[in-house]
Write a protein that binds this ligand. Structure first.
Ligand SMILES: NC(=O)c1ccc[n+]([C@@H]2O[C@H](COP(=O)([O-])OP(=O)(O)OC[C@H]3O[C@@H](n4cnc5c(N)ncnc54)[C@H](O)[C@@H]3O)[C@@H](O)[C@H]2O)c1
Ligand SMILES: O=C(O)C[C@H](O)C(=O)O
Length: 355
């Protein structure tokens, strides 16, 4: 092919020059960030908001490896160009584009099928997730307003803490914009399930890949309620094991925050969990059957407007929200504690948008 034609073909896929203007001439033509490799498969368009952060970077890397993704938009208020240039050199088929700062947010979101939000500050030792509310509520609100405007039909995965409040914030923003679809908004609680599977496998000497622990309620302290009576494969725990496991699962995040000693919270296991959940959402959107995962969603399972439980994912997002199933006395008591704390966190999120 004529070199000029080749350059023109490549250029057709490029970012506008104000994004990532990284060009190099290797003698055979121009290569720029944002080109689709030959053989790139049709797939879904995914945006990560907060893509240059501790979670965002490994999440971006893992999503670039996902064959269901055809276009990956990486948005952040800092360092998006460097992360995008780096990730874009991976020889997988997804096109990667970077977007830096508020002025490029709308472009980052336009046309997206799935938006994943890990933007926001993480905890330091001694803090609760709710201590992040003042900063992260505003970030999630701004991002949600842009989603309502630019990709109102996208599935949204909220990672930013406190999830028990940020999901109600996003819902309230969407309601105000007239775009709220409860099937499309999910708080990511997959890390609680990932931890529960790991810790149960350790105690029972099982392969964690074969363990499935439902974790319901929410994503903070006592609101994280593992249902050990429903573990698959069926396991019989002593009361001491139940108390050890429940405590460790509820405080898994704090365990990492303390080990990281002021440098942040879980990032790598979170990126793994986020990708596991995002992949489930994409398989659902593709029409795969029986995709069931736990998530914090708009719900009628309890009297609360939001609650984490198993959901079945489908072509429209959430096809079905499952109830908690039969609980034992210990779990019933845990549920009451969880609901009490959840009610306050949900209300805090909702009322912050109404102010
Ligand atoms: N749901 C969960 O299970 C779970 C697990 C771990 C962490 N988290 C939460 O995820 C969030 C991110 O954690 P992290 O370790 O990646 O933090 P981080 O500080 O390493 O990264 C956050 C990123 O967000 C970006 N950012 C800040 N404001 C933004 C805005 N307005 N728009 C776009 N990007 C913005 C920052 O520039 C940074 O790159 C925290 O709130 C943390 O508590 C949730
Ligand atoms: O604990 C945190 O602050 C981060 C996250 O929610 C986690 O569970 O690891």
């Amino acid at each position: 092919m004529d070199p000029n034609q080749r350059i023109a073909r490549i250029s057709a896929h490029l970012n506008p020059p104000n994004h990532l203007d990284q060009m190099c001439d290797d003698g055979s033509g121009l290569r720029r960030v944002g080109c689709r490799a030959k053989g790139g498969s049709p797939g879904f368009k995914v945006a990560i908001l907060g893509a240059a952060g501790g979670i965002g970077q490994p999440l971006a890397m893992l999503m670039k490896m996902n064959p269901l993704v055809s276009l990956l938009h990486l948005y952040d208020v800092a360092n998006a160009p460097g992360v995008t240039a780096d990730i874009s050199h991976m020889d997988t088929s997804a096109i990667v584009r970077g977007f830096l700062g508020q002025s490029q947010l709308e472009e980052a979101l336009t046309g997206m099928d799935l938006v994943i939000i890990p933007a926001g500050v993480p905890r330091k030792p001694g803090m609760t997730r709710d201590d992040l509310f003042n900063i992260n509520a505003g970030i999630v609100r701004t991002l949600s307003e842009a989603i309502a405007k630019c990709c109102p039909k996208a599935v949204v995965n909220v990672i930013s803490n406190p999830v028990n409040s940020t999901v109600p914030i996003a819902a309230e923003v969407f309601k105000r914009a007239g775009t709220f679809d409860p099937k499309k908004l999910m708080g990511v609680t997959m890390l609680d399930v990932v931890r529960a599977n790991t810790f149960v496998a350790e105690v029972m000497s099982l392969d964690p890949r074969e363990v499935d622990v439902p974790v319901v309620g929410g994503h903070a302290g006592v609101t994280i309620l593992p249902l050990l009576s429903q573990v698959k494969p069926p396991c019989s725990f002593t009361q001491k094991e139940i108390e050890y496991l429940t405590d460790r699962i509820q405080n898994g995040g704090t365990e990492v925050v303390e080990a990281k000693a002021g440098t942040g919270s879980a990032t790598l296991s979170m990126a793994y969990a986020a990708v596991k959940f995002a992949d489930a959402c994409l398989r659902g959107l593709r029409g795969d059957a029986n995709i069931v995962e736990c998530a914090f969603v708009a719900s009628h399972v309890t009297e609360l407007p939001f609650f984490a439980s198993k959901v079945r994912l489908g072509r429209c997002g959430i096809d079905e929200v499952y109830g908690v199933g039969p609980l034992n006395e210990y779990e019933r008591m845990g549920l009451e504690k969880a609901k009490k704390e959840l009610a306050g966190s949900i209300e805090k999120g909702v009322s912050s948008v109404k102010k």
